[in-house]
Design a protein around this ligand. Sequence first.
Ligand SMILES: [Zn+2]
Length: 384
Amino acid sequence: MESTNSKIILEKLINFNSTSSESNLDLILFIQSYLESYKIKSEIIFNEEKTKANLHAIIGPSEKPGVVLSGHTDVVPVDGQKWDTDPFKLSEKANKLFGRGTADMKSFLAVALAMVPVMVKKNLKKPIHLAFSYDEEVGCLGAPSLVDHISKYSIKPLVVIVGEPTNMEIVNSHKGVMGFMTSLTGLEGHSSAPEKGLNTIIYASKLINFINTLYEEEKLNKNPIFDPPYTTIHIGTIQGGSALNIIPKKCSFVWEYRYLPDQESNNIIDKFNSYVTETLLPEMKVVYKDANISTRQIAHVPPLKSSNDTEIENLIMKLAKSNTVKTVSYGTEGGIFQKKDIPTIVCGPGSIDQAHKANEFIKITEIEKCEKFLIQLLGFLEQD
Ligand SMILES: [Zn+2]
């Protein structure tokens, strides 16, 4: 019964193109009016430009500590991907549901919303919070204001369940992410006289080489519970130059590292910055005194540490009928909640293997597992 409702809502959610570059307001307003139809008030927390928003709603006694169901409403772009179906239309084939966001992570939102009619009928002794964010996929930009809102305006929740795809397994730790944009400024000139200019593409490649040596060092520092078992470093995009015969004045690249939870977040950026200020920039300034390298932090997703309240962890394991706790290598909004001392775990339907890819899908059995889990959870929330 519920799984039909989950599917109907999932279909609606998939129809909204909530790629992080777009506004998610239509989707948020849809959820708000859906909740309103069950007489549930929700609060909307906008970004500064009022183009995007988080949503927070409480079902049940708000004065009691409850359980937060946390998820993001945005999805990654489909540009350049070869889809066999329209990514913004849900299509079903061989017990799988295809569409952008089916795995990451609109199915969790859909199941939670489909359960609302059941939630309102129950006499909950502890509340459920729905906490839906924007811009998770571009560095968890929405979650901090949502987490602030929840920790300021309501009593501290018992636990946060972040519904990122884990095949409904319990995850209690993951790496942190730091993302940067590095921009180099050099001196333009004709390509026939390279010495009369300062070629930023060459210096960017030296920097990238340095980043790779840091990466090789990191590989020696292993924590076997993660896959890969070390901090990873990655360069995502690079842009520079304007023509074959012009010395490039500008070059910029974006890069990130995903660090082990027991490492300091600044570990790598500090080494990078000292290389820039002590070695590379002085070298550039010999050629051109106004040369510059600037690095701006564009993302920080704190790690999730396995330092949870074990009582809460055991309870969630019992409700999920799972007896193992796992780790994942991708970041989630969980670390942002955990920083406010709220026990946090990650557990949601679908597999991360399908996330961010063409023909993203979720198995219908995953949706059913999630529904069963939420029914168990409601049983717990009905108790005193
Ligand atoms: Zn996600």
